[in-house]
Design a protein around this ligand. Structure first.
Ligand SMILES: CC(C)(COP(=O)(O)OP(=O)(O)OC[C@H]1O[C@@H](n2cnc3c(N)ncnc32)[C@H](O)[C@@H]1OP(=O)(O)O)[C@@H](O)C(=O)NCCC(=O)NCCS
Length: 213
């Protein structure tokens, strides 16, 4: 990244990204968030812009954006902001942790973020604006569409294919060759052994809850 970096968002996801950027010698020009969130040491010395219009003072080719908005089922802000600024001609940087393992034979789309401990194997394709979160594994030949979130510790066995805006929950496991439709959700801890259709959700059965004696 040779241009000044502006981070959209100033919450938890943004803090992880800023930490990763700092570890690569990059200090963002500013964070953009309408309201102040809890103070975080990692944001010290970085300007916080409450007015999104300040981004527009820079022409698209003068800066790079980083999407610091986190991604959870049912929340579309991350996707909307990416589309809005891409539509205005801005470009989103890929952010890849130096502690992640990414095959030279994997293809990562614009703005893809890969957190520490994640492994992405040969033949994988990851669509734009997707997050491969801490410790997640995306095995060989998986093809993920845009705006996907593979949450911390989730495992996609080889050849999994997903549609747009799929969420694979924390520690979920998906066996090989499964297809997952757009806007589907694999709940945290679920094991998916069959295809999931568009806008379907897969849960694990809740385990028994007992009072502690
Ligand atoms: C699957 C999920 C989307 C369901 O959310 P939801 O529809 O809002 O469900 P609710 O929280 O209202 O819970 C409904 C019921 O399902 C249970 N439930 C929710 N998620 C579950 C899961 N992953 N596994 C088992 N049971 C689950 C709840 O305990 C609740 O049970 P109850 O009715 O007996 O009390 C959500 O729980 C989940 O797993 N999200 C992914 C979290 C994640 O990956 N975070 C990453 C952050 S980086």
């Amino acid at each position: 990244m040779n241009k000044p970096v502006i981070v959209l968002g100033a919450g938890g996801h943004a803090s992880v990204l800023v930490d990763m950027l700092r570890s690569q010698g990059i200090v963002p020009l500013a964070l953009v968030a309408p309201t102040a969130s809890a103070p975080r040491a990692v944001f010290a010395d970085i300007s916080l812009w409450h007015d999104e219009a300040k981004i527009l003072a820079y022409r698209p080719h003068e800066v790079e954006l980083v999407n610091g908005i986190g991604s959870l089922p049912g929340n579309s802000l991350r996707t909307e902001l990416f589309a809005r600024y891409q539509g205005l001609g801005y470009r989103f940087a890929r952010v890849i942790s130096p502690q992640a393992t990414v095959s030279a034979y994997a293809e990562l789309g614009e703005g893809v973020q890969v957190m520490a401990g994640a492994i992405i194997q040969a033949g994988v394709r990851i669509g734009a604006n997707s997050i491969i979160n801490s410790g997640a594994i995306v095995e060989h030949d998986c093809h993920l569409a845009g705006d996907n979130h593979v949450a911390p510790g989730a495992v996609l066995s080889g050849g999994v294919v997903t549609g747009e805006r799929v969420h694979i929950g924390t520690r979920a496991a998906v066996i090989q060759g499964i297809s997952i439709g757009a806007d589907a959700v694999v709940g945290a801890g679920a094991t998916l052994t069959r295809a999931l259709g568009v806008k379907q959700i897969a849960y694990v059965a809740r385990s028994s809850v007992m009072p502690i004696k």
